[in-house]
Design a protein around this ligand. Structure first.
Ligand SMILES: Nc1ncnc2c1ncn2[C@@H]1O[C@H](COP(=O)(O)OP(=O)(O)OP(=O)(O)O)[C@@H](O)[C@H]1O
Length: 463
């Protein structure tokens, strides 16, 4: 009889060679040997869902690999148990420092969506680097990552709908595009439509105006295998689009197509959504991505520096991770700032340099609050603070109020509900204000100029 422990290590090694990096990392790497005897072994697994996946997809492989090593008819059981409980300190430590997770050795160029290049055809292009291999998994994103990967590879416990929920900059677009990218990469004939809710609305309006609405319906209802729809909160109050989307979803669900939604709020919390659409949005699995903890932030920074080819010393990386804890977009901008200043000015990349770059980000952030934005807008529009929170619907007050609400959403991480309350407004009205400003910004008129002016002041910390 061979030594089971060494066989298990060899089985893992052999499976690693046959699986894509992210699948191995996701499903096999966390599994540890808990207990064993001559014809039986017990393996650890983080949760029941994981166990089901292992049994469905990898149990046979485990047995085959054992058999190849001369261990036949082994009985394998799984038990919910974290790595920590298994006492494998080595794994915890290495995954904290990031070295347990192999960096992408072969960053292939981001695939473009297949098919035509026409505007309004398949929607937006995927961003380079928004793949599963480029996503750093932490406790904050484990569930969302695993659900996204399951959907990309098949389905999530029989369901084909996923709702990714998070505050801004935490990886919703990254994961939803990773699903699309994975599907196209493995099956180029799949028609993946990646659009924001705003794109969907605009395309619908465009089709109505141009009398091509039948083609629009046909495209989304019958010519789409995977629909990725981002920022669904944008649909608030857009009745016609909501009804069309609900019907589209029925067609896709009927045909068992895959659907990924993303949004900053739960479907139940998005105001002015008709029941028809709301019930369809809640059909899928809702997975939330939270803020990454310190060790995950360090791993994200290390991965980003590596993929962008910049060498940042460990203590500087740790300093950036310590200082910037709100979201990953902010982390990225801190990292780029430090790398760029170092390179352009020929400075050493050290804590002093990092401090000087991060000071702008953190100081400005500290000073920005709903109240400070409210004050600034009142001052610039010669309004009193009573005016801006009053019930008045006079144009000279409504517009600045909407702008202040929009800026509060943009520059603070406060929930929209809270922003609404700060202006004595319902949640639905706050969302309406944000949408109204977004729409007017596109016209590049006076409001656009005013917004630029206010944004520059806020970013410069002149509050
Ligand atoms: N876990 C992660 N690992 C690596 N990169 C990440 C991770 N999470 C987020 N990012 C990066 O952070 C940036 C912002 O992420 P993304 O655009 O997906 O956020 P979002 O939640 O969609 O934000 P928004 O709601 O503002 O659209 C991207 O460059 C993305 O690659």
């Amino acid at each position: 009889m061979k030594n089971i422990e060494s066989c298990w290590a060899e089985v893992k090694g052999r499976i690693k060679k046959t699986l894509p990096d992210h699948s191995y990392r996701m499903w096999i790497d966390p599994v540890e040997l808990l207990d064993f005897d001559q014809d039986h072994l017990e393996l650890s697994s983080p949760n029941d869902y994981f166990i089901k996946r292992l049994k469905d997809n990898y149990l046979l492989t485990f047995k085959e690999e054992f058999s190849k090593l001369g261990v036949d008819d082994i009985r394998i059981d799984f038990k919910v148990s974290s790595k920590k409980e298994t006492g494998s300190g080595k794994n915890n430590k290495t995954s904290d420092t990031g070295s347990a997770i192999p960096l992408v050795a072969n960053r292939s160029k981001q695939l473009e969506l297949p098919g035509l290049q026409l505007k309004f055809n398949n929607g937006r292009m995927f961003k380079k680097g928004f793949t599963f291999d480029d996503f750093v998994v932490g406790d904050n994103s484990n569930f969302a990552y695993s659900a996204s990967l399951s959907l990309a590879q098949g389905n999530i416990n029989g369901s084909s709908i996923l709702y990714l929920l998070s505050k801004t900059g935490l990886g919703k677009s990254h994961l939803s595009q990773a699903v699309g990218y994975h599907i196209i990469k493995n099956s180029q004939s799949k028609r993946v439509y990646y659009v924001t809710a705003e794109d969907f609305t605009n395309e619908m309006i465009f089709s109505l105006k141009n009398k091509t609405i039948e083609q629009f319906k046909e495209k989304f209802r019958r010519k789409c295998d995977v629909l990725i729809l981002e920022d669904v909160h944008f649909l608030s109050g857009k009745d016609a689009t909501q009804s069309e989307l609900a019907v589209t979803l029925d067609y896709l669900l009927e045909a068992d197509k895959k659907i990924i939604f993303s949004g900053c709020e739960l479907p139940d919390e998005i105001p002015k959504l008709n029941d028809q659409l709301r019930s369809r949005l809640t059909l899928g699995l809702v997975t939330e991505i939270g803020k990454p903890d310190y060790s995950t932030r360090v791993r994200i920074l290390k991965k980003k520096s590596k993929s962008f080819g910049c060498k940042i010393p460990n203590h500087v990386t740790e300093y950036i991770a310590q200082e910037l804890s709100d979201d990953v977009r902010q982390l990225e901008s801190g990292l780029f700032g430090v790398a760029a200043k170092g390179q352009l000015m020929g400075y050493n990349i050290d804590i002093e340099l990092a401090k000087s770059v991060l000071a702008n980000i953190t100081n400005v952030k500290k000073r920005i609050s709903i109240e400070s934005i409210k004050k600034l807008v009142c001052k610039e529009f010669s309004l009193s603070e009573e005016d801006i929170v009053s019930p008045s619907r006079k144009k000279r007050i409504v517009k600045p109020r909407q702008m202040a609400i929009f800026l509060s959403k943009k520059y603070t991480d406060q929930p929209i509900k809270k922003i609404g309350t700060s202006f004595n407004r319902y949640h639905a009205t706050a969302i309406y204000s944000i949408n109204a400003v977004e729409k007017e910004l596109k016209q590049k008129g006076v409001l656009f100029e005013q917004m630029n002016y206010l944004s520059k002041k806020i970013e410069a910390g002149k509050l």
